[in-house]
Design a binder for this molecule. Structure first.
Ligand code: UDP
Length: 329
């Protein structure tokens, strides 16, 4: 099988490339290195076993010709390239919208032209401001006003979902849409605001662990290897075509408890410091108070749900940062 992974030099994409290569497939990755990095795939490029079936292209997904050339060569496309991370979205509002909306349109348009199976990556952010749990794929999506830029990410990804489903409905394009909840693991950087790599890095270096707000907001976390497994199973399941599916973790934890747990696991002397939202984020920021997925649909489709316990996820991230002490981010 030949697979194109857009955003394949990013955190999730590089793990996915790893898994498909291990399976014996041919993998093309395209990435503009905005948040991705060549170091994420260095080990794959250096592996002689992959010499003739791993191809890396440093280019933007908005380059239509390049995308057409790549999509026409492969059997399926996994579209992960996106502007991600709350901080990045807020700092780069125009390019984020163009990458996330126009980029996905290009992928779908070309995949449709060549009738290639495609996976579109959406996000738990599309649920918006709910506090109930668990969040089901059929729930309403509730956003704040357009003056609050955080919601541009959710709105853009929501349009991506509609576009994907429209191609499925109108043209019969085999498309799967996933809503990823907070995903963590080795190679994720804290540079764009992601909480676990930030807390681990802070704890290991003795810097204050920065809890935003009062720390009562909650999340679940999924190990990237479980996300990769779920994606690969979904791509093999015909019943997933034309569906939107949550992929996320099960253990709900408050951000304050997370900070305490990381402090304990790293035996850190760091203080836990509360940072008000208006200091942590630009004006008019709104956080999501709670975000817990329903995994029923995922389970019914592939018979699997992410199962790595939070402690093991944290252990992996801590070990990664210890090995890469001094890593720049
Ligand atoms: N957060 C925090 N301190 C940090 C970074 C993030 O308290 O240094 C909080 C953030 O406000 C949010 C949660 O951790 O409530 C998860 O943030 P992240 O950016 O990882 O993902 P999100 O779920 O917001 O997309």
């Amino acid at each position: 099988m030949r697979i194109l992974i857009t955003g394949g030099m990013g955190f999730i994409g590089s793990h996915l490339a790893d898994a498909y290569l291990k399976k014996g497939d041919t993998v093309y990755v395209i990435d503009n290195l905005t948040t991705g990095s060549l170091s994420n795939i260095k080990h794959l490029r250096q592996n002689p076993l992959y010499d003739d079936r791993f191809f890396t292209i440093v280019e933007d997904i908005l380059n239509y010709e390049k995308m057409e050339d790549l999509i026409s060569r492969v059997d399926m496309v996994i579209h992960l390239a996106a502007a991600v991370g709350v901080q990045y979205i807020i700092d780069n509002p125009i390019s984020s919208i163009i990458t996330n909306v126009r980029g996905t349109e290009i992928v779908l348009e070309i995949a449709n032209k060549y009738q290639k199976k495609v996976l579109i990556t959406s996000t738990s952010e599309v649920y918006g401001k709910h506090t109930h749990a668990p969040l089901r794929e059929t729930d309403d999506c509730v956003y704040g006003p357009s003056s609050r830029f955080r919601w541009s990410y959710a709105a853009g990804k929501f349009i991506d979902e509609f576009t994907a489903l429209a191609y499925h409905k109108e043209k019969g394009l085999p498309v799967v849409v996933i809503r990823l909840f907070n995903t963590v693991g080795p190679r994720q950087t804290g540079r764009y605001g992601m909480v676990i790599p930030r807390f681990v890095k802070q704890a290991l270096s003795g810097a204050p662990i920065t809890v935003y707000g009062d720390g009562t907001q909650t999340r679940t976390f999924t190990h990237v290897k479980d996300v990769v497994k779920a994606i690969m199973l979904l791509m093999k399941e015909n019943r997933a075509e034309g569906e939107v599916v949550n992929i996320g973790g099960r253990e709900e934890i408050s951000i304050l408890s997370l900070a305490k747990k990381i402090k304990e696991m790293t035996e850190s002397s760091s203080e836990i410091k509360f940072v008000p939202y208006d200091v942590a984020y630009p004006k008019d920021f709104e956080d999501m108070q709670r975000r817990v997925p329903s995994l029923e649909k995922l389970k019914s489709l592939i018979g699997y749900t992410p199962d790595t316990p939070l402690d093991d996820i944290l252990y992996d991230v801590i070990e990664y940062f210890k090995r890469w002490e001094g890593i720049a981010w």
